[in-house]
Design a protein around this ligand. Structure first.
Ligand SMILES: [Zn+2]
Ligand SMILES: [Zn+2]
Length: 422
């Protein structure tokens, strides 16, 4: 594809054998870590749920950054630069959502004039991670679904029904997604059915909430075509088919300012993704499942179920390594794995047998800064409880008090006789 960067081959092959660093890394007394000084490590950091503070990789920096990056990404303290892509994993996990891992979701921040936000999938819990990033609620209104499994879509109800009550006020949520092999299996049917199911929520929100913000606008496209599905404000999004569970799953390629980010969604290793990556990719996040025995041990699935899940729908570490070897992204990321020290170790051991480029096992709130000069992977240091930031409101709406149902008059407790305790 014209205008895309040639993959940077200048990375240094990582060292180490994939052993997890069991020294728990903690921030210093001021809650901040010193600036990042090294690009290679000898062992993998512990996951954040086990006290780690760094991205799970031995190669957190590829290239030569133009600026200094703090050891951890602190929301609100780093402006997105012009021409930069910042990619944040909101949900690194799979259907079993845990406090450590939300289900599948990736946020893309664009360093264009509009500072556009896109989210790829919205699995359970992913919006709780979004809430920790000090980003405006009102700007999160563009969703690209890779497929319609519940672990990729469940927080769509939260974005449509609940975020409209905390600042997403201007307009409908716009949802892009693939067709299915018949209309009832496509994104349009899915989104319109959710809209229908939200009838009570919509009715109960009339008056205080701009009704436009309670809607969802769907763009469904042919899942089988590799095609541009979005083009505005210097951002081009291309979809391509992927091989997962049933026909009707896609991955996406984002192009902006000569930078390219590709996300596989859920898939087996396949050619359409490899072809969609032609011209070079700065960051490729590809799903990867641990070997079936490890998956079974970590999740309690039977070995039979784990084997079927892996073979029918997902990508093993050697298969991910094969994809990375064909694409040669500047930085590769793995996603959609139940993270345990054992699975991380196994994944890296199997992957390293076939691929030696920079790879990050993503976890929730792994942040990639993608610029022409470098790709940097860090973990975010966040505050768990923040009020929503509504953000700039572009549409005027005057909230009105809806008339109460008549029966409330008799049902409500009188409060004018409440006595203070003396
Ligand atoms: Zn999934
Ligand atoms: Zn899936």
């Amino acid at each position: 594809m014209p205008g895309c960067p040639t993959p940077d081959k200048s990375w240094t092959a990582p060292v180490g054998d994939g052993a997890i660093d069991d020294r728990v890394e903690r921030t210093n007394g001021e809650g901040r870590e010193p600036a990042m000084t090294t690009t290679d490590r000898t062992s993998l950091p512990a996951p954040t749920y086990a006290g780690g503070t760094r991205a799970i990789t031995t190669t957190p920096v590829v290239g030569t950054p133009r600026r200094e990056y703090a050891e951890m990404f602190v929301p609100g303290e780093e402006e997105l630069e012009d021409g930069e892509l910042r990619v944040t994993v909101l949900g690194s996990g799979n259907p079993f959502v845990t406090r450590a891992q939300s289900s599948a979701s990736v946020l893309v921040e664009i360093g264009n004039a509009e500072r556009d936000l896109f989210v790829l999938d919205l699995g359970s819990g992913s919006l709780a991670n979004y809430a920790s990033l000090k980003l405006p609620v009102n700007k999160l209104d563009k969703v690209f679904l890779t497929h319609l499994h519940a672990d990729h879509t469940a927080d769509l109800i939260t974005l449509s029904g609940s975020y409209s009550k905390v600042g997403r006020a201007d307009r409908p949520v716009a949802v892009w997604g693939p067709s299915g092999t018949e209309p009832r299996l496509g994104t349009r049917h899915f989104v319109e059915s959710i809209q229908e199911a939200l009838a009570w929520d919509t009715e109960g929100s009339r008056g205080p909430i701009n009704p436009d913000s309670l809607e969802m606008a769907v763009t469904e496209f042919d899942f089988m075509q590799t095609q541009v599905v979005y083009e505005a404000n210097d951002v081009t999004v291309t979809s391509f088919p992927v091989i997962h569970a049933a026909s009707g799953a896609v991955g996406y390629r984002f192009d902006f300012a000569g930078l390219t980010f590709v996300h596989s969604g859920d898939t087996r290793a396949g050619w359409p993704l490899v072809h969609a990556c032609e011209g070079g990719v700065d960051l490729l996040i590809h799903e990867c499942f641990p070997p079936a025995a490890a998956l079974a041990a970590a999740t309690g699935l039977s070995i039979e179920r784990a084997t079927i899940a892996l073979n029918a729908a997902h990508t093993s570490p050697p298969a991910a390594g094969k994809v990375f070897g064909l694409v040669r992204p500047r930085m590769a990321g793995l996603i959609h794995t139940f993270l345990s020290p054992e699975t991380i170790q196994l994944i890296f051991a199997e992957l390293r047998a076939v691929y030696d480029g920079p790879v990050v096992q993503t976890q929730d709130l792994t942040v990639f800064n993608v610029t022409r000069e470098a790709v940097v992977a860090r973990q975010a240091q966040v505050i768990d409880q923040l009020p929503p930031i509504a953000g700039e409101q572009r549409v005027e709406y005057t909230p009105v008090q809806p008339p109460p149902p008549e029966w409330w008059a008799d049902a409500l407790l009188p409060l004018d006789d409440v006595q203070a305790i003396t």
